[in-house]
Design a protein around this ligand. Structure first.
Ligand code: AMP
Ligand code: ZN
Ligand code: FE
Ligand code: FE
Length: 325
């Protein structure tokens, strides 16, 4: 198996070659990877990654290439509030023989907590043109831009940063986020990297922080389902970014159609993973694991957390689109 320089070889290699689950024929590439009698290719499955369509640092094609180099058999591209990276990723997936789950990470707000908690909802294999979901993500992306303008205005009172500096860190159509503000600050020599910017001026609660619009979480779950997608709650126990939702909110999302919980994630302690596994089991939800890879923008290594083949199979069965092989 090829490994990325500096990538966590043990983590990536560890999941490879385990026995494959019984699979579904439509996921098996003709003549590829599957052994005699196997319908399902198995291999390393990473269902949460970002490209330059949002705040990752690799283009969609490079992201797929990186996945191939790291020995990932099936990758999901899940940029924040956009599917604009799908065509390029799909073309590259064919070239590099990487299975591709087309997805997105939808920003949402759980209002049932009383105070409004930001949550991220992974959407897999949905119709990207479904009007309700498309309208919501467009509204979020528009407001992310207005919010970034307000943050840059506030930062410009104290630091050498302009809107043009921020735009220089994005491509046309990129979903703009705080990581791009961090990149602009780093380019100006104000901070070393994204990590430092997030630890200081970009943190929630500083005088530079501005929130943005996002749909209510249960409504977002319903919108993903209406679009034929499979909604999985991303890093539900990642308390490093603020408050996390209580179990009662997860129950409400499950009632609204939530399909799964992302349990295996860098931001979860072993204790949190155990708690979330139990919660998933009690609510009959799928359990996924993923890297949340952002290229050089974050320390997360592609393939550092993975999803079991039978879970991918269940997602594929529920989704409106096929997993590309
Ligand atoms: P935003 O959605 O614009 O509020 O920005 C949040 C995004 O910033 C998340 O998707 C994270 O991936 C990213 N992020 C959060 N903390 C850090 C960090 N310490 N270093 C790099 N990226 C981060
Ligand atoms: Zn991100
Ligand atoms: Fe997230
Ligand atoms: Fe993410």
């Amino acid at each position: 198996m090829g490994l990325l320089p500096g990538a966590g070889g043990a983590d990536i290699g560890g999941a490879a070659g385990r026995p494959t689950a019984t699979g579904v024929p439509h996921l098996t590439p003709p003549g590829a990877r599957a052994g005699p009698g196997d319908l399902y290719p198995g291999g390393v499955i990473d269902l949460h990654t970002h490209s330059t369509a949002s705040d990752g640092t690799d283009s969609p094609a490079r992201l797929v290439e990186v996945a191939a180099l790291a020995g990932i058999a099936t990758l999901a591209i899940t940029d924040h509030d956009t599917t604009s990276g799908w065509p390029e990723a799909a073309e590259a997936a064919g070239r590099y023989q990487v299975g591709l789950v087309r997805g997105a990470e939808i920003s949402a707000i759980a209002r049932t907590t009383g105070w409004g908690t930001g949550v991220h909802l992974l959407a897999y294999l949905h119709d990207p043109m479904h009007p309700d979901l498309l309208a919501e993500t467009e509204r979020t992306r528009d407001d992310r831009e207005s919010r970034a303008r307000r943050m840059v205005d506030l930062l410009a009172e104290d630091y050498p940063i302009t809107w043009e500096d921020l735009l220089a860190q994005t491509k046309a159509g990129t979903t703009i986020g705080r990581p791009h503000i961090a990149d602009a600050l780093a380019a100006a020599g104000v901070v070393r990297d994204r990590e430092e910017a997030f630890a200081t001026m970009l943190r929630v609660g500083t005088r530079y922080y501005v929130g943005h619009y996002a749909p209510e979480a249960a409504a977002a779950v319903r919108a993903v389902r209406a679009a034929g997608g499979v909604p999985v709650l991303a890093h539900p126990g990642a308390d490093g970014r603020g408050r996390v939702v209580p179990d009662s909110t997860v129950e409400e999302l499950a009632a609204a159609g939530l399909a799964g919980l992302e349990v295996e994630h860098r931001d979860h302690t072993p204790d949190t993973r155990r708690r979330l596994r139990d919660l998933a089991e009690s609510l009959d939800l799928l359990v996924t694991g993923s890297s949340d890879f952002h290229g050089a923008g974050k320390q997360n290594l592609i393939g550092e957390n993975t999803t079991e083949p039978d879970v991918l199979e269940a997602i594929a069965e529920q989704g409106a689109l096929a997993v590309l092989r």
